[in-house]
Design a protein around this ligand. Sequence first.
Ligand code: FAI
Length: 513
Amino acid sequence: MTKKAIVSVYNKDGILEFAKELKSLGYEIISTGGTMKYLKENGIDVINISDVTNFPEILNGRVKTLHPNIHAGILAIKDNEEHVKTLNELNISSIDMVVVNLYPFKETIFKENVAFEDVIENIDIGGPTMLRAAAKNFKYTTVIIDPADYGLVLKEIKENGDVSFDTRFYLATKVFEYTAYYDSMIFNYFKYVRDDKSFPDYLTVPLEKVQQLRYGENPHQQASFYKITLPFIEKSNIPNAKQLHGKELSYNNILDSDSAIELLKEFDEPTCVAIKHNNPCGVASGDNIFEAYKKVYECDPVSIFGGIVAFNRKIDRQTAEELKKIFLEIVIAPDFDEDALSLLSTKKDLRILKLPTLDKENVYYDLKSVNGGMLVQEKDRKLFNEDYQIVTERKPTEKEMEDLIFAWKVVKHVKSNAIVIAKDKMTLGIGMGQTNRIWAVEHAISRSRFDLSGAVLASDAFFPFSDSVEAAGKAGVTAIIQPGGSIRDKESIDAANRYNIAMIFTGIRHFRH
Ligand SMILES: NC(=O)c1ncn([C@@H]2O[C@H](COP(=O)(O)O)[C@@H](O)[C@H]2O)c1NC=O
């Protein structure tokens, strides 16, 4: 019996050549309106889908292939006598191949100012229905969703007379991969339009591969990088950064760049951030980014080696000249002066990334994987409560207050237990990832290269004992910012008063695990 293929494609790339070859291999082609017209105009004889359904395409194309004559033809188990008998009785032809790709939902939602009606019309219904039916019945039906697979299918038919089981299984898997992704975009888009910020019972996230990575966190681990393809989430992130120069990004580069960008977003004034192993090793604000970078370098000239450095202003030649002096993995900025870029580009291996924006609106859920699951939370985008309290006898001076806010912004991005000591909008000591708070304080003090007199200290969570305040006081710290909330707060406040330290309770903590 003549084999039959349904061809109904939005993306017509390669379809002419494919259809021509299919015909020459003895297939009959059944097509929908636009596809039929295109194939016929190009000299390929096809059967109108309406001649199979005995029904016109109606409702502006909303219903064209949704018919039992089509779906029974696709879904019948070809070696099941009952199924074959039913097809014969109802005069339904068996379908051997389904070639379908879908309305461009993603491209539509990414259009600027797109009308919701347009979005709705670009939800393909008939296409996924045929694809899913054919993919379910892959033992008997070949299904092609991706034009890249036309060649593979033709090759197998030419060489073996049919498509192999393995290939049909592979093609069916691709269908479910894509239709799940497609539906996930629709679900997230609807939720967004409804302004629904709840945590759904079933969470699907539309993720598209950006890059097959050379390896994961370590060279023996394979890895890939995916981006969320939703138009309403902020663009100031690593998947949207444009690489202007250098080797391809590694897994760890992507993680560190993400941390750098997220920290940078806390600041409006010219600021530079240096990240090493996912923690800041220097952060500073200044009148310009050259000054900010010089301060960052001074914070910790050892750790910055091989680090990631990010700026919230365009990079000029003077700053590029400084950056060029040391080995850095990545430089990130919203833009680069031409001469600065050519100077940095003389460093063969330096990766240079340009950020499209630094906006911080509409973040997607914060997702973190655990073995066998995913933790989902809101992103930590709050800095402190409006009603923060000054709990000591002495209030912070205006200068201390500026430095306290600076240190608080930084400590939010340091792995817990986290302590940041800062002065003149520059980190002087950072204690990160310690298993108790006093060690984080001691680390921040002992690793500092500076005299800490007049410096301020930020702690990401409350002090359980007064020992941290004592250590800070002895080191010369004059003001502290911390959440408060310990049952021993009074002991910390008393210690602060003894050292004439001004202390603020923010009422909000910033653990980062
Ligand atoms: N409504 C239907 O029965 C239906 N059947 C197939 N489609 C889609 O229509 C498109 C092709 O249409 P045309 O051949 O008219 O250009 C394909 O993307 C296909 O997935 C349909 N359209 C939307 O649901």
